[in-house]
Design a protein around this ligand. Structure first.
Ligand code: PMP
Length: 322
């Protein structure tokens, strides 16, 4: 196991030790990728750990489940509470949280029919997704030879396990060729997104990004950055983006729960402008860091503080992260 194990995992309504949080080999989700998941971050703030845009993540999780006809036998509030319990039970001050619902064991016919849904939530410490170098010096990305699947094949707006095979092909190819990340082009020839990130460009002071018409996941970080940019008085334009737009951009950055706001230094070895972090990217990156750490009162409603630990776990106290 190459990532840090945490103590407790929430599994089907109860907290179990990490080692016991397992699925059977015959699970439908294991064979066909029939699962839906989320990626959420909990940040350290002056008033303790807080989860960034928790309810938006839960809502997207439930919407993804609906696409695949999957019923999660918990309410939105129960799931949000379970996410908080995982953070508290493991005494995290900051962490990455992975809620997952998959079809369990009942049939391996493609139609899941009456297959029960397994729901788990676990968390671990996850630092900079593309590594410290990419965060500081910018990501070196490549245009993937693998096209982004079209939403006419599978809805890109749903965050479903099997859909990520497309991203895995793209990122493996990128890393094998010495890049940090891949950008996938859609079947219409326009840019879609990174293997696990949305894409933003800046040209002549205007911030550009694409939307679901380009088969992208509608990222919650994307939404946050757009709102912050508009509130800051920036001009924002949402439209399809071409490879030409990318190469001619003054600034390029990617957004996602894992990468947060990471600037792109070069595409296939061609620097974006002078290859350094641009002024608009810097403003948004700094603002995002302030927002997630609770230093921006205007966006404090995006943070859900994690309450004291669940009583069943011996009342261990959640560490304050000052
Ligand atoms: N696109 C893809 C394909 C992703 O996997 C992610 C990560 N969830 C994103 C975009 C960014 O979404 P978010 O900001 O909600 O993490």
């Amino acid at each position: 196991m190459s990532f840090d194990q945490s103590k407790y995992v929430w599994k089907n309504g109860e907290m179990v030790p990490w080692q016991q949080a397992t699925f059977h080999v015959s699970c439908h989700g294991v064979h066909y990728g029939t699962g839906v998941f989320e990626g959420i971050r909990c940040y350290c703030t002056d008033s303790g750990p807080a989860i960034f845009r928790l309810y938006e993540h839960i809502d997207r999780w439930l919407a993804s489940a609906k696409v695949y006809g999957m019923h999660l036998p918990y309410t939105r509030e129960q799931l949000a509470d379970a996410v908080m319990q995982v953070v508290a039970a493991n005494n995290f001050s900051s962490c990455y949280i992975r809620p997952l619902a998959i079809y369990g064991s009942d049939t391996l016919g493609l139609h899941p029919r009456n297959t029960p849904v397994e729901v788990v939530i676990f968390a671990w410490k996850w630092g900079q997704y593309l590594g410290a170098d990419a965060a500081a010096k910018g990501a070196h990305v490549t245009i993937s030879p693998w096209r982004k699947f079209s939403s006419t094949a599978m809805p890109a707006t749903a965050k479903a396990c099997g859909q990520y095979l497309n991203s895995v092909l793209a990122v493996r190819d990128a890393v094998a060729r010495g890049f940090d990340e891949a950008i996938l082009v859609g079947e219409d020839g326009y840019l879609a997104e990174g293997s696990g990130e949305n894409l933003f460009l800046v040209k002549d002071g205007v911030l550009f990004t694409n939307d679901e018409k380009s088969s992208v996941l509608m990222g919650i970080t994307r939404d946050s950055v757009l709102k912050m940019a508009i509130d800051t008085g920036m001009q924002v334009c949402i439209r399809k983006l071409s490879l030409e737009d990318l190469l001619a951009a003054d600034e390029v950055f990617m957004t996602g729960t894992a990468v947060e706001v990471t600037f792109v230094a070069a595409v296939d070895g061609r620097p974006i402008a002078d290859g350094r972090r641009g002024p608009i990217t810097s403003v948004l990156q700094r603002l995002f860091a302030d927002v997630v750490s609770g230093r921006e009162p205007r966006y404090r409603h995006w943070l859900t503080p994690v309450a004291t630990p669940v009583p069943e776990l011996n009342g261990e106290r959640v560490s304050q992260c000052r």
